[in-house]
Write a protein that binds this ligand. Structure first.
Ligand code: E4P
Length: 214
């Protein structure tokens, strides 16, 4: 399973890439707004830090505006993946991009039927939001299981990119279900490594190492 980092904070991206675990980056307007920087400046800097797919979202919601922005994002860097909302106009732009060989990430997916439409529109990635489903008392991971099954049934090329990840269990469940990608906030990446028995075991080894004659 590929690991993308879900952030627009270049310091987090720098730290995470130094770990050697990051295959790509996802951003969205809310994450970029938190940085106080221009979206284009943020994406250009990320492209210098990460050699992998970098999702940059369109801000328009109408067909013409989204298509214009999609083409502009594509010009920024070969690694930019255009993020488009799961609406009828978003799907139309997805199809246009697919026809032009432009990679897309269809976002805000909350049902398997929406994911089916995105695959039929030629999306490169589908982003189901598991955390936001959990927030409204639905099982976010059930949606991942359904999409993985549907895509396997028909051999779709669209990759399942688990988004809105809130904790390490989401990451493990994504891997168990065979999702292609999990986009993970920096805080959760840090949590993945933690285990109290690792800490206790290391402390004991350090203590005992002092007793070894040198
Ligand atoms: C990434 O592509 C999504 O935009 C992001 O994971 C959404 O996460 P949130 O539901 O925590 O805002």
């Amino acid at each position: 399973m590929k690991f993308f980092i879900d952030t627009a904070d270049v310091n987090e991206i720098r730290e995470a890439t130094a770990l050697g675990l990051i295959d790509g980056v996802t951003t969205n307007p809310s994450l970029v707004a938190k940085t106080g920087r221009k979206y284009l400046d943020v994406v250009r800097e990320i492209c210098e830090l990460v050699d992998g797919p970098i999702s940059a979202e369109v801000l328009a919601t109408d067909y013409d505006g989204m298509l214009r922005e999609a083409l502009a994002w594509h010009e920024v860097h070969a690694n930019v993946v255009v993020k488009l909302p799961l609406t009828l106009d978003g799907l139309k732009v997805t199809r246009q991009c697919a026809n032009k060989g432009i990679a897309t990430n269809v976002t805000l997916c909350f049902s398997a039927n929406q994911a089916l439409l995105a695959a039929k529109a030629g999306a490169t990635y589908i982003s189901p939001f598991v955390g936001r489903l959990d927030d409204v008392s639905e099982e976010g991971m059930d949606l991942i299981a359904k999409i993985v099954a549907v895509y396997r049934n028909y051999d779709f090329d669209t990759q399942v990119l688990v988004a809105s990840v809130r904790h390490p269990v989401h990451v493990l469940q994504s891997a168990l279900l065979g999702a292609d990608v999990c986009t993970i906030p920096f805080k959760v990446i840090e949590q993945l490594v933690k285990h109290p028995l690792t800490d206790a075991g290391l402390a004991k080894f350090v203590e005992d190492s002092k007793k070894i004659p040198r």
